[in-house]
Design a protein around this ligand. Sequence first.
Ligand code: NDP
Ligand code: BG6
Length: 492
Amino acid sequence: MNKDKPADITNPFDFVLFGGTGDLSLRKLLPALYFRHCEAQLHGDGRIICVARRDMNTEQFIEFIQQEVIQHIPSEHFKQASWDGFIERIQYLQLDVTTLDGYNVLGEMLSGREQVARVFYLSVAPSLFEPICAKVSEAGLISKSTRVALEKPLGRDRASANEINDQLARVFDESQIFRIDHYLGKETVQNLMALRFGNALFEPLWRREHISDVQITIAESLGVGTRGGFYDQTGALRDMVQNHLLQLLVILSMEPPASSDSDAIRDEKIKVLRALKPLVGLDAVESTVRGQYKAGAYADGPVPGYLENETVPDDSNTETFVAIRAEIESWRWAGVPFYLRTGKHMESKLTEIIINFQKVPHSIYETADGFSTPNQLVIRLQPQESIRMRVYVKAWGDDNQLQPVHLNLDFNDVFKKRQMIAYERLCMDIIKGNQTLFMRRDEVDAAWAWIDPIREAWKTHNVVPKGYTAGTMGPAAANALISREGLKWYED
Ligand code: NDP
Ligand code: BG6
């Protein structure tokens, strides 16, 4: 490593962005790279080569992204001088990735730069992963410093994910493969680990003896919008649970890793995935709720139901909401229910983890609520990152009457700076070759191994989604699921 270079700056790189004209590139990836450029964290010798079929030259592409990318950069963070510097890094290559012609042009662009970090970022439909990998290999574009980054979804089930992973393995070594779950790039998700392993306070309590139940909610206020074609083939279980929700569950519940080394962390994560109690057959039916949103309304007006979306078949049975009661079969967690839920067009956009602690074993006090809600840790990841701890205190003036209050930590108040978007951290780590925040092949496999039987059970037992009104927190059956154990979903 260059001694004169601060650790947070990348080495020289070529970042080849396949799908450079696509939605994800324009909304997230190019803004993310722009922000890192603004922070002077991209090496001066770092190029971004955007690849797509559209007939444009670099000049026209830059004109195109002036329109399409800048609108996704909040105006208070846009600096014209930085943008002017950023676009100097960008080149555009028109290429149909399914044909070998054209890869020689890419080869010429990359030639003589075998030593610099070479990233192939595949922001394209998963059906293009295999052709791109095969062709960059055939064209001799893979050097030792090459890494490939793949967007989710990685497969539709365990078998198809394995197929993709086998194809990747023919061309790349596992140490070169970066499987993206953008939730892992969120500051807030990394803070979960920091909270657990940077403080001695929580670890002794982080177990079945002290925690009664855990809830994880990823609620979205948007519907499927123009993505209906993709979404209808996917559904919430594959789109959100197999990856984002399980990743949150795993980070929350894994054993402390021996170090911050990427494999030390991923070794612990996989143990949790493998310890998830399988949900099979009727057990899966009884432990899950499928939902599909119907027409509803928000403060700014009505929204149509899922089946009214033009890109969705009229008789679709795809779920836009899932709730699951999961268990981890380990000494630390045996018997503790983990309730997971996620959905489109829910009341608001909210990602939140609730840890409910056990009630005091013997109370010498009285409380207005009879200690009905015990101590509670509320970790909010989105929209504003905060941590709240609910504790009981004696109310002033009352003799022995306790009341719950909240200890509040709002990260915006503490850090007072722009919160990085997930892809900033992920793009930097790919360029630097740090795999900690990326899913290893065995993790993806273990996650699908848990998800597949749930889908099979839904199919075998003909479980159709229950309707819920857009703008609410999901179908009533999700409340019934949790109330069976005398619990209820946390409400602020
Ligand atoms: P888009 O459909 O918006 O973009 C697809 C891109 O692929 C376009 O740039 C298109 O360019 C290019 N492309 C398609 N066919 C070819 C081809 N034969 N040769 C060269 N380029 C081609 O998709 P998204 O950006 O939405 O998604 C990209 C990936 O990211 C997908 O795997 C998606 O599942 C995943 N993802 C997307 C998210 C999002 O928010 N959008 C969120 C999470 C994951 P052109 O038409 O000019 O050729
Ligand atoms: C994506 C899903 O992975 O995550 C989308 O495909 C979903 O359906 C999105 O909307 C949610 O991400 P975030 O960062 O907005 O919570």
